[in-house]
Design a protein around this ligand. Structure first.
Ligand SMILES: CC(C)(COP(=O)(O)OP(=O)(O)OC[C@H]1O[C@@H](n2cnc3c(N)ncnc32)[C@H](O)[C@@H]1OP(=O)(O)O)[C@@H](O)C(=O)NCCC(=O)NCCS
Length: 170
C-alpha cells in the first residue's frame, strides 16, 4: 500500500529519477539538510510493503512564504494587507517509470491537506508554486492554480479552491 511520509534515511534518495536533474539533485543532496535546518519539509510517496531502502515513487517540498499582495491579480489582492503569508510548493516530482499513473495528483492532494493544517493553525492565503516550464504550468493550471500577473510561471492556488477540492475528494 502506498503511503506519504516525511523524507527519512530509510528512503532511497539516490535511486530516484524524475527526468529533471535539478529536482533529482534537490532530493539527493539538499532535501534532508533543509529538513534538519527547518528551511523546508519534504514528503515522499513510498510503498510500505517494500523493504528499506524504500524506492521513492514521488515527492514534494513545502515551506512557508511571504508575498506582497500587490503581486496577486487585483481580484485576489482586494482588501488584503500589504504583506501576506502562504505556503510554497517548492518541488513536486514523480519517478519517470511511475509518471501518468495519478501519483502527481495524489501528492498535490496531500500538499493541499498539509496547507490546510498550517492554515488552521497560522493562516495563509494559499499555495504558491514556481512552474519550471510551460508544460509544468499547464499541469498546475488543471488543478485551479492561476498564473501571477507579474510572472506567468509563478502560480497561486487560493485557499477557497483548496477547500473546494478537498471537500469534493472526501
Ligand atoms: C509533472 C509531474 C509531477 C506530474 O505527475 P504525474 O504523476 O505524471 O501526473 P498525474 O498522473 O497525476 O497526472 C494528472 C493529470 O495531469 C495530466 N498530466 C500529467 N503530466 C502532465 C504534464 N506534464 N502536462 C500537462 N498535463 C499533465 C494527466 O494527463 C492527468 O490527467 P487525467 O487525470 O485527466 O488523466 C511529473 O510528470 C513529473 O515529475 N515530471 C518531471 C518533473 C516536473 O516537471 N515537475 C513539475 C514541477 S516544476
Amino acid at each position: 500500500m502506498n503511503k506519504i511520509e516525511p523524507l527519512a534515511k530509510s528512503h532511497d534518495r539516490d535511486g530516484f529519477d524524475c527526468g529533471s536533474e535539478p529536482l533529482n539533485l534537490f532530493l539527493m543532496q539538499t532535501a534532508r539538510q533543509h529538513m534538519e535546518r527547518g528551511i523546508s519539509r519534504t514528503f515522499v510517496l513510498v510503498d510500505e510493503a517494500v523493504s528499506d531502502p524504500k524506492p521513492i515513487l514521488g515527492f514534494f517540498s513545502l515551506n512557508i512564504c511571504q508575498i506582497q499582495s500587490e503581486t496577486l491579480a487585483p481580484v485576489e489582492a482586494k482588501k488584503l494587507p500589504r504583506i501576506v503569508s502562504g505556503v510554497r510548493l517548492g518541488r513536486l516530482a514523480v519517478a519517470k517509470e511511475h509518471q501518468r499513473q495519478g501519483f502527481g495528483k495524489v501528492l498535490l492532494a496531500a500538499a493541499m491537506e498539509k496547507f490546510m493544517e498550517i492554515f488552521n493553525r497560522a493562516g495563509g492565503i494559499g499555495l504558491f508554486v514556481d512552474a519550471k516550464d510551460q508544460e509544468a504550468k499547464r499541469y498546475y493550471e488543471q488543478f485551479g492554480f492561476v498564473p501571477m500577473p507579474s510572472n506567468e510561471l509563478e502560480l497561486f492556488l487560493p485557499v477557497k479552491t483548496i477547500q473546494d477540492a478537498l471537500a469534493e475528494k472526501s
